[in-house]
Design a protein. Structure first.
Length: 715
């Protein structure tokens, strides 16, 4: 492998990477247009109401209406609830402070500092980050009220206006979601299953046509495989279906996820379909289409003929398992009890997460986080008061909005905030003030301009977390300039003050938040990646419970946790680019290696999910006892190899007892056991399992060798 020094990106490759990054983030995806329509409509309605009735804090209401809409009604309702709760608690805290500390400037100052500390501590300690964040945000946007020469009654009134307008905006966003949900007249659970079946169907159609290299389709199926079925299972539990129907749909959800896993694995084993299997694969495609159409119409999938199962062994890897999975989906409706292991208990209810993590209220990490954020916000507050410049109070909100746990991640968000503020404030905001607003003389003309700009911001905001914050800040800057007063804003000083406030906040975050007790993104990236390897080792070992239902639920939880780690590794890898210092080059080298290992680890993860059904002895995937024990021995060895990889990344020195050669030897014995069980295993099932295990062994061995080499290079 070439050295990292030779592979560090040049300016041309960085530009190409950035262009590819933008194309990937801004490309349309299923549901993006509808989400954009809902967010723009909700924000526009709030803008019209606040401008018409002269509601204070209308800018913040329009912003919250924009960011609250989610992919589903349930998610939006949860977001609205968190916002209302967070703002209500913050309002009570602020009013209590005004009551106790208004007459004493020093006591009022200490109360404000205490509010900053509590806000940052809650953001770190509470599981419901959005509610805690809203608590701190209301303190930040109303902090200038405390120092005005006004009566206590007017300060309380303005605080309540802030809570009321944001709550009204949240309610409007929720009502828009309810209205769109009523017009859709469809079942979100069925829609989610239909989307997965359609993606698999489209991918297999390209295989049948001899065009398997369709990158967007392969990426879409891989994305769905990594996402899993957790959201669908949660919807099923909360939907209140009849027990029998819930059991049936639980099995169908699990089998649909299984079909997606198989389709996602297919490109790892072959790049074309043998001529002998094309007709057979075409029948699988037809059965998937029939099942999808039946589910969409609200009818029960009917048996219209075999998908090909039971014929001569297939040459195409995993084709036999696909046929069996498609047949089991139909069987789930005909004989639900035979597949009850797939379905969650109908009376199951999602457990409520504790508001605080097990580490408790006074964990040192939470206190350090609160102290760092409090110092940055306090320095910003003292600065704009010392300058008698309350218009730059956006410095305090910047501190709350960009506070993350690692230096790189925080700086990444800071870069997105300042770039969004510059584009939305100096670019779009001032540009509109100079070239557009002088020629607009009605609310209708301003509404057209508002919709156009908010639509652009919302499109960016609906991308992944790597870019979405830029779109949010673009909208924030534009709204704070044009919705703070009840007139067309043509004064350029407003945009100037907002941007200067953002710059002041970023400066204070760098001076205090980034320098005290912060964890570098490179360190966190290494720790999270090694943790993902250890979690994957747990998945490879299979269930620890003998109860099938408990084992399946535990595997779902573990699978979701691994997904979270993968997403966090990618986010931290982006954050490494924003860190500087003596360890930067080594962190960039490690980042380059991890970006190479990541796709292989994800592919191994998907294969492990497919192999887990055999370890669970799920219906249709049972193995003879001797084969099951041999597979278990191989999986245990593979898990130990993954743990040794994690030790190498953490710069530990593991004993070299679980070698690649031992893995190959165990795999060979497992394959011999499978082939020797021809009377108990069908040829298709034997071929599929052998192909899957060989793929797992190849990826594990390759990853082990590459991590050993990379660890030596970055030691």
């Amino acid at each position: 492998m070439a050295s990292i020094a030779q592979t560090l990106p040049t300016s041309n490759t960085r530009l190409a990477w950035f262009w590819d990054f933008l194309k990937g983030e801004l490309v349309p995806y299923r549901g993006r247009g509808a989400l954009l329509t809902r967010t723009v409509l909700a924000s526009t309605l709030v803008m019209l109401i606040s401008m018409t009735f002269r509601l204070p804090y209308g800018a913040y209401g329009a912003i919250y209406a924009l960011i609250l809409s989610r992919e589903s009604l349930e998610a939006t309702a949860n977001a609205v609830w968190n916002v209302v709760i967070g703002f209500a608690i913050a309002a009570a805290y602020i009013i209590l402070g005004l009551t106790l500390a208004l007459a004493d400037p020093m006591l009022r100052f200490l109360w404000i500092i205490g509010g900053f500390f509590v806000g940052f501590w809650a953001m770190s300690a509470f599981r419901k980050y959005s509610a805690a964040g809203r608590f701190g945000y209301l303190i930040a946007i109303t902090v200038t009220l405390w120092d005005r020469h006004a009566t206590a009654a007017s300060k309380v009134e303005n605080t309540l206006w802030a809570v009321g307008v944001v709550s009204l905006a949240s309610l409007i966003a929720l009502l828009v979601e309810i209205a769109f949900a009523a017009f859709r007249r469809s079942d979100e659970l069925i829609d989610a299953m239909a989307e997965r079946l359609m993606c698999v169907e489209d991918l297999l159609i390209h295989y049948v046509a001899g065009d398997p290299e369709n990158a967007p389709l392969r990426e879409a199926v891989a994305r769905l495989a990594l996402t899993g079925t957790s959201r669908m299972r949660l919807k099923l539990r909360r939907a209140g279906y009849e027990p029998q129907y819930a059991q049936r749909m639980g099995a169908v959800v699990a089998l649909t996820g299984r079909l997606v896993d198989l389709a996602a694995n297919l490109p790892h084993f072959t790049s074309r379909v043998p001529e002998t299997d094309r007709e057979r694969l075409g029948r699988v495609v037809n059965r998937i289409r029939e099942i999808r159409e039946d589910l969409t119409k609200g009818s029960i999938p009917q048996t219209r003929g075999s998908a090909g199962e039971g014929e001569i062994p297939a040459t195409l890897p995993l084709l036999g398992e696909m046929e069996r999975t498609v047949s089991l989906i139909v069987q789930a409706f005909a004989e639900p009890r035979s597949l009850s292991v797939f379905a969650p208990a109908p009376d199951a209810r999602p457990e409520r997460a504790a508001p605080l993590p097990p580490s408790g209220w006074l964990d040192s990490e939470h206190l350090k986080f609160a102290m760092r954020g409090c110092l940055a916000a306090t320095a910003s507050y003292i600065t704009f008061n010392a300058l008698a410049w309350p218009e730059i109070s956006t410095a305090v909100t910047t501190c709350f909005l960009t506070a993350l746990t690692t230096i790189g991640a925080s700086r990444q968000k800071q870069v997105l905030r300042i770039s969004g503020a510059l584009v939305g404030g100096l670019g779009i905001g001032m540009g509109a003030q100079v070239f557009v607003l002088p020629y607009i003389d009605s609310i209708a003309g301003f509404t057209v301009l508002y919709i156009a700009i908010i639509a652009v911001a919302a499109w960016i905001a609906t991308s992944s977390p790597r870019l979405s914050y830029f779109g949010v800040q673009l909208a924030v800057a534009f709204c704070l300039i044009n919705l703070q007063e009840f007139k067309l804003q043509i004064s350029l000083t407003v945009a100037r003050d907002r941007v200067i406030g953002v710059l002041l906040g970023l400066l204070m975050m760098w001076l205090f938040f980034d320098q005290l007790w912060s964890s570098p993104a490179g360190t966190e990236m290494k720790r999270t990646f090694s943790s993902a390897l250890r979690l994957l080792a747990r998945l490879a070992r299979g269930p620890v419970s003998k109860d099938a239902r408990e084992a399946i639920e535990a595997s779902y939880v573990l699978r979701e946790t691994i997904n979270v780690h993968f997403d966090r590794v990618r986010s931290l890898a982006d954050g490494v680019l924003f860190e500087f210092g003596p360890s930067r080059r080594k962190n960039l080298e490690l980042r380059s290696y991890i970006r190479q290992w990541g796709p292989q680890l994800r592919a191994l993860f998907v294969m492990r999910i497919a192999a887990l059904k055999y370890r669970l002895q799920a219906p249709g995937f049972e193995l003879p006892e001797a084969v099951r024990l041999q597979q278990q021995a191989y999986d245990d060895h593979s898990a130990r190899m993954l743990e040794e990889m994690a030790d190498l990344i953490e710069q530990k020195t593991p004993p070299a007892t679980n070698t690649i050669e031992d893995s190959h030897d165990l795999l060979h014995r497992t394959i011999e056991g499978i082939q020797g069980s021809s009377e108990q295993l069908s040829p298709d099932r034997s071929r599929s399992l052998i192909t899957l295990l060989r793929g797992i062994d190849g990826l594990t061995s390759s990853l082990s060798a590459e991590i050993a080499h990379g660890s030596r290079q970055t030691a």
